[in-house]
Ligand binder design. Structure first.
Ligand code: FE2
Length: 183
């Protein structure tokens, strides 16, 4: 594992041991996370490969006790997620390119999903998700002509978490579990 990533994993372990509430956790983790994504010189090229059709999710680290996981998201030009939730705390940080996130209100079945905010993340910028701070969003590459990459940290093994994607027109949720491109 790259030494910067290894150092960050060590920081997360130490933070999890001493910061017990979600508030505190975000507060304690944001410094080390900003540091990790502030310089784009550590992500192995094999975890930075785009796919011509699908955005890629490479598992960079899974905590043996499944308390957290770290994933690189590699966006090809114009690629985007559906509207989805997470059910656990998460941090998103842009390493390369830029990303646009649209937040949504909790769904009302039968009604279209309602956007409540949009934010563009440039390299070095971070965002938070969780059932407490806002858990539903859709994310896309800000660029139609180049690759963007973000790093995501989740408070579980995200490859085992059952969560939902939402139909934009009807607000109807459907369970899914995300897979990894390098599984
Ligand atoms: Fe997400």
């Amino acid at each position: 594992m790259d030494s910067k990533l290894k150092m960050f994993v060590g920081e997360v372990n130490s933070v999890l041991a001493r910061c017990r509430t979600e508030d505190k956790l975000f507060e304690c983790l944001q410094g080390p996370f900003r540091e990790l994504i502030s310089v784009d010189d550590w992500l192995s090229p094999r975890f930075a490969q785009p796919h011509h059709t699908y955005y890629q999710q490479y598992l960079l680290h899974a905590d043996p006790e499944e308390r957290f996981s770290i994933v690189s998201f590699v966006w090809g030009p114009g690629q985007k997620t559906p509207i989805h939730n997470h059910t656990v705390w998460g941090m998103i940080g842009v390493l390369r390119g830029a990303e646009i996130g649209i937040r949504y209100a909790r769904p009302t079945p039968g009604m279209p999903m309602q956007a409540i905010g949009e934010e563009r993340l440039e390299p070095g910028m971070i965002d938070f998700v969780s059932p407490t701070v806002g858990d539903i969003h859709a994310v896309r590459n800000a660029f139609d002509d180049r690759v963007s990459i973000s790093v995501h940290v989740y408070g579980a093994n995200i490859g085992k978490v059952a969560r939902e994607v939402y139909d934009a027109a009807t607000g109807v949720g459907k369970l899914f579990v995300s897979g990894f491109s390098n599984a």
